[in-house]
Design a protein around this ligand. Structure first.
Ligand code: ZN
Length: 96
């Protein structure tokens, strides 16, 4: 895959993410990626400048930050032992 990803975190907290523009504003500050099963701050989505897409924060993941991402609170629903703020880089599996 060509390495055209160059920047992270260009979404300011006062701006809506692409996901929020589609699904509505979320109070969550973290997203969980169903491709790599890791969480990241939604302000740190990775911008694919070739297409102007918001992607999963993690460079080794090809998930996007719209359809491939869940709000952390949705992932955490039914998993109340998990922290309100997830750790970055940690795998949180969909199926235990
Ligand atoms: Zn990912």
């Amino acid at each position: 895959m060509p390495n055209y990803f160059t920047t992270w975190g260009s979404i300011r907290m006062s701006e809506l993410t692409a996901r929020e523009k589609i699904f509505g504003v979320s109070p969550d500050s973290f997203l969980w990626c169903m491709h790599c099963e890791r969480a990241y701050p939604k302000a740190q989505v990775r911008i694919d400048h070739r297409w102007g897409l918001e992607m999963c924060h993690y460079k080794d993941c090809d998930g996007d930050a719209v359809l491939d991402a869940w709000d952390w609170s949705r992932y955490r629903d039914g998993r109340q032992s998990l922290p309100e703020e997830p750790e970055t880089g940690v795998t949180y599996p969909l199926y235990d």
